[in-house]
Every structure is written in structure tokens, then in C-alpha cells.
Write a new protein. Structure first.
Length: 217
């Protein structure tokens, strides 16, 4: 079974009977996302249905990545390397169907001004009214999600968060050993081009506090 193979290749000294494994392909995931659940003596993988047609070695890579997170290990394998290469390239094949006028204007602005228009537009969407996750780039769906607290905020603040997430799409991540680094030297160099980041972060902190205060009433 593929899940057992993923486990034994990651932990070759493990005893196979320690866990029973199950794998399902689910329609509840968007893009190429997945999760893992552990119960006493059982490990269950749920992968997006998009994974059904993907090469087995790459599927093993995502399962081993999930196992590393679950077991808090940092083992590297060839399959994990193949999965990371796949993840960096998958955005090319993902349909771009989600957009929003405000977010698209912000994306176009930062892409043209700071990146010479070279970054292909991802899916763009508003998230929840989150005061912790202000923005996020999802590699598996090629989607930038922005907290709705920026919907009526100063454009500079929205543009900064948008630029930060576009840079995640541009630079992807750097792998060293079993660790992935997202804010690399090149990432930070590009980000510094935006301007007075210290002031912008203070303004964003004030916006977050104000949004949290307003939610109390």
C-alpha cells in the first residue's frame, strides 16, 4: 500500500505493525491540498482528488511531508524533494477563476511597480476577518487570500500585504536539509523595495487593534 511505503521509506527502522494505514481521495480539498490524522494505532491520509492522477513518487512525497509534521521529524527523502519541485511548479496548471476588483487592482499595482509585471496573476480572494492571518499564499491552489480588515483600509497597507504574498509566489521556498525557508535573503531584499516597512507594520498593528476593538461592540 502506498501509505505504508511512504512510512517505511521515511522511517526504515520502524516496525510495520505499529500502525495501520489508510488513504482516501476527498473532494473537500481545493487544489493539491491534503491532511493527516493519527489515532491510537492508526494513521489516515486524506488527499485532494487531484492527487489521484499524480505520479506515485510525488504522492509519497506529500505523505512523507505530512508524516514529518505529525511526528515532528526532519527526515529528507528523494520523494519529498520531488514533491517540493512539483509544488513549486503546480501553479502553472491551476485554473485562475477567483478574483475581486479591489484585490486585482492591488495585485496589478504591486506587480507592475515592483516586479515589472512578470508574475502571473494567481487566484485572488478575501478571507475571513482575521487579525492573525493577514494574508496567505497557497501553493496548492495558487491563491492569495487577504483578511477582510483590509477591505476599507488605506491602500498602502493592502498593497504591502499583497506584495508580501506575491513575493511568496515569486520566491517559493528554499529547502535546506528537512527545513523550508520562506523569507529568504532574496525575498527580504525584494520586500525592502516597498519602502518604510517599519512604519507600515506599525500602521497595520494599529489597524488590527482598531478592528479588534470594533468587534467588541
Amino acid at each position: 500500500m502506498l501509505a505504508e511505503r511512504a512510512y517505511l521509506e521515511l522511517y526504515p527502522e520502524a516496525r510495520l505493525g505499529e500502525y495501520s494505514f489508510s488513504l482516501e481521495y476527498s473532494g473537500k480539498f481545493s487544489g493539491y491540498n491534503a491532511n493527516i490524522r493519527k489515532k491510537p494505532g492508526k494513521i489516515h491520509f486524506s488527499l485532494s482528488r487531484k492527487w489521484e492522477r499524480i505520479d506515485e513518487d510525488i504522492k509519497i512525497g506529500i505523505m512523507q511531508t505530512l508524516l514529518n509534521r505529525l511526528m515532528k521529524t526532519k527526515v529528507t527523502t528523494r520523494s519529498i524533494e520531488l514533491y517540493e519541485i512539483f509544488l513549486k511548479k503546480v501553479h502553472i496548471a491551476i485554473p485562475k477563476v477567483k478574483t475581486d476588483a479591489i484585490l486585482e487592482e492591488s495585485y496589478n499595482y504591486v506587480n507592475e511597480l515592483y516586479l515589472n509585471g512578470i508574475i502571473e496573476k494567481p487566484n485572488l480572494q478575501w478571507g475571513s476577518r482575521s487579525m492573525r492571518t493577514l494574508g496567505r499564499y497557497d501553493y496548492g491552489t495558487d491563491t492569495i487570500t487577504i483578511s477582510t480588515i483590509f477591505r476599507n483600509a488605506e491602500k498602502t497597507l493592502l498593497n504591502y500585504v499583497m506584495y508580501h504574498e506575491v513575493l511568496h509566489k515569486k520566491h517559493k521556498f528554499l529547502t535546506k536539509g528537512a527545513r523550508n525557508f520562506h523569507h529568504t535573503k532574496d525575498f527580504l531584499k525584494d520586500e525592502a523595495r516597498f519602502g518604510d516597512i517599519e512604519k507600515i507594520n506599525k500602521d497595520i498593528s494599529r489597524l488590527v487593534r482598531r478592528a479588534g476593538f470594533n468587534d467588541l461592540f
